[in-house]
Design a binder for this molecule. Structure first.
Ligand code: ZN
Length: 409
């Protein structure tokens, strides 16, 4: 088997690969509410029609199916896991901003438009066709395992978390095909992913008749909240060591949720705001929360009328660990070599700004996981007019196939 035969198969399959991506887009699989049954059966049918028999559908709930397919090698060692999630976020409030029907795939100027195009139905299709290309590649030693998972957009309880814990999925290394681009396609090869820490700050004041607020001592909870939020945006420092793969720092998103007050005529006695912090490898929950508590302590000393409580969110939002794999991991090197061959260059190693299923596979199942590499751009996800370059889908398929061949041959 020559690498050229893999590439020849994928070149000849390119129209079918694009067509399959379109079919995945036109099969809604929106979380919430979360139901991937239709899209899972479309994937199983496609695997079968490509001669890849033996896919299994597993999950905790029938409406949250995970499709597993194993391409068996001679020894089963190593096992390379390729992961893509099959669900999307809802169209939400952006329906009027879409120039095409989000559930109807449209190709325009080399771009395939539709909900989930980048995030990440292109990756589902590219993995399936990469497996098909490898099927005829003679005896591979190791196994290629595809996991096309549910519920990533809902936090992964029924998808990656289920597979990593209850199901007991095992592999030696993994790649998630999340869209790596931020400003353009093929911008980065993400070997790390930022984590997440969410908490709410609850500010208490004096609820009373607003006509009397200058007559009696009173504390306006909304005003205290506004002042606290502004000071946090200027002065809150979270300790961490510099991280070489990212020019971006820790991101503190203040007021991702905002609630307060009662109605006109009522002086506000309560207000709260949610904070979501995007963390870097090396950061620890206790230290981050400690920094926030220390900041609040200083604020209370400076303003005795400030009454504020910190509430860390319930799991999993309290803390999602950042992840990182070595750039010397064989699959990272294989992806880099394959990218040179297919793209003519290797995208820069970087850290993925958003959350992925990587912590589940890496930290719960112990599988070193590349969190995001493939076609598309994360900046197009969860908004209107999502697209993926049709050439990029074919390139991704080639890179996945060549890298798998390198690891498993
Ligand atoms: Zn995604």
């Amino acid at each position: 088997m020559h690498q050229n035969e893999l590439l020849k198969f994928i070149n000849e399959s390119a129209p079918a690969l694009i067509d399959f991506t379109g079919k995945l887009i036109s099969t809604p699989s929106v979380t919430p509410p979360g139901d991937e049954r239709q899209v899972a059966s479309l994937i199983v049918d496609m695997l079968n029609s490509l001669g890849l028999q033996g896919a299994t559908v597993v999950g905790e709930l029938p409406e949250r199916p995970n499709v597993l397919f194993r391409l068996r090698g001679a020894t089963g060692s190593p096992t390379l896991l390729y992961v893509a999630h099959t669900d999307t976020k809802p169209v939400g409030n952006t329906r009027d901003l879409w120039k095409t029907d989000p559930h109807c795939p449209v190709v325009r100027d080399g771009k395939l438009y539709g909900l989930g195009a980048s995030d990440m139905k292109a990756a589902v299709a590219a993995f399936v066709y990469a497996a098909a290309a490898l099927r005829d590649s003679g005896r591979l030693k190791g196994d290629l395992l595809l996991a096309l998972v549910a519920d990533e957009e809902g936090g992964g309880k029924y998808g990656a978390h289920y597979l990593a814990t209850q199901y007991g999925l095992k592999a030696d290394m993994a790649v998630i095909g999340e869209p790596p681009g931020i400003n353009r396609e093929w911008e980065y090869l993400h070997v790390a992913s930022r984590g997440l820490c969410c908490f709410t700050l609850k500010v208490t004041g004096t609820q009373m008749h607003s006509g009397l607020s200058d007559y009696f001592p009173s504390v306006n909870a909304s005003l205290k909240l506004a002042d606290l939020m502004l000071r946090m945006s200027r002065d809150l420092k979270l300790q961490h060591s510099p991280y070489s793969l990212s020019k971006n720092e820790v991101t503190v998103n203040l007021g991702v949720q905002l609630k307060g007050g009662v109605y006109f005529g009522v002086y506000p006695g309560y207000a709260e705001f949610g904070v979501d912090v995007r963390t870097l490898p090396g950061m620890k929950k206790e230290r981050l929360i400690g920094d926030v508590k220390e900041f609040l302590k200083q604020r209370r000393l400076a303003d005795p009328l400030l009454n504020v409580e910190l509430q860390v969110e319930a799991p999993p939002l309290d803390w999602i660990e950042p992840t990182e794999v070595s750039q010397n991991l064989p699959i990272v090197k294989a992806l880099a070599t394959a990218s040179e061959q297919v793209l003519g260059f290797c995208p820069r190693a970087s850290i993925y700004p958003a959350a992925t299923d990587a912590p589940k596979f890496q930290l719960e199942a112990g599988i070193p996981t590349v969190p995001a590499y493939g076609a598309g751009m994360i900046s197009l996800a969860h908004g209107p007019n999502e697209w993926v370059g049709i050439d990029s889908i074919v390139q991704a398929c080639k890179i996945y196939a060549l890298a798998a061949y390198e690891i498993l041959k």
